[in-house]
Design a protein around this ligand. Structure first.
Ligand code: UDP
Length: 310
């Protein structure tokens, strides 16, 4: 049965892939974005679809949609450390006021609600790998707090609307994800390294590169989103690829796959940069039968080709 989805942040990296997937399944999609980090080129190819509608708006302000909605999916937020440091107030507002507005809309429309949360709620984690039960280790006044605390608040208000207002809510905790449509200059490790490798410029590894991350290819992540959205799970679920690696090894792999002559240079580690990160995906595996399928080499090759074309 065709459903109507509102996707906030629909012109962003993940939001645009999600719009595409939902349209592909025959649904109606209303994409809302204020374009502070989203890009029109991500959704241009969807404009001709009669089931697609774009609304340029900031979800941190009151929103009103005339038609009926079946699902509100809140993906709007700057999501790269560089972006949320450039837009600290907007990041706090979209996570707090934006989540409140979208929850209110979902309640009014008797729609389901889906929150894009993040592994950043675990901060610089002292438990490893991170299970959903872990409460996290976040510096509430550090530079990253604008994102981390906004997302922690967004989870809290989502659970409150679930418990007190009976909204059917889902919370995904997204771990590092990569693929086509990341912005060249979004500042995250994978787009930075790929763009530097392509132009044989030095690869900027922050700190000594011993910090770890676990990178998930976008198609795997979108599949996880769809499975969670269609499930009856109301508590948070980690979605990410448990294949953990050191940043220095990621840099070396991208140099190799790009056949680049870049060398590695070391830069200051940003404040509160998590030392380690790896999802425990037992819950997703058990309840959603989900596991990532794309390995890092295959995913990076596709991403490198996309950057080469664009
Ligand atoms: N990083 C790096 N060089 C870069 C960009 C990022 O070494 O040019 C590091 C960053 O310090 C962090 C890791 O790569 O340890 C992942 O950073 P990213 O910004 O991709 O996302 P995060 O997981 O920190 O949100």
């Amino acid at each position: 049965m065709k459903k109507t989805y509102l996707i906030t942040g629909g012109a962003g990296f993940l939001g645009s892939h999600l719009c595409e997937r939902l349209l592909g399944e025959g649904n109606k999609v209303i994409c809302m974005d204020n374009f502070i980090t989203g890009e029109i080129r991500n959704i241009k190819h969807l404009a001709a679809d009669k089931n697609f509608r774009l609304i340029k708006r900031d979800v941190s302000k009151y929103i009103n949609i005339k038609e009926k909605l079946d699902y509100v999916m809140h993906f709007a937020s700057p999501a790269s450390p560089v972006d949320y440091l450039n837009f600290p107030i907007q990041t706090l507002k979209v996570g707090s006021l934006g989540t409140h507005n979208t929850l209110g809309l979902a309640k009014a429309k008797k729609a389901k609600f889906f929150l894009a949360s993040t592994s950043e709620v675990y901060g610089d984690p002292l438990a490893h790998p991170q299970k959903e039960e872990y409460w996290g280790n976040v510096n509430c006044i550090g530079p990253r707090s604008v994102y981390d605390e906004a997302k922690r608040f967004s989870e809290a208000i989502t659970m409150a609307y679930h418990r007190a207002r009976k909204v059917d809510t889902k919370i995904i905790r997204i771990f590092n994800t990569y693929g086509a449509r990341m912005r060249k200059n979004d500042g995250r490790a994978i787009p930075n390294f790929i763009c530097q490798a392509r132009t044989n410029k030095p690869i900027t590894v922050y700190g000594d590169g011993s910090q770890t991350r676990s990178f998930c290819y976008v198609d795997d992540l979108i599949e996880g989103i769809i499975r969670l959205a269609n499930s009856s799970l109301n508590t948070p679920v980690n979605i990410g690829n448990p294949n953990e690696m050191k940043l220095i090894d990621l840099a070396r792999l991208i140099i190799k796959l790009s056949a680049s002559e870049s060398r590695i240079c070391f830069r200051k580690l940003p404040a509160d940069d998590p030392k380690q990160r790896r999802p425990d995906i037992t819950r997703a595996n058990k309840y959603l039968k989900w596991a990532p399928e794309v390995n890092i080499e295959e995913g990076l090759r596709k991403t490198i080709s996309w950057f080469a074309e664009g």
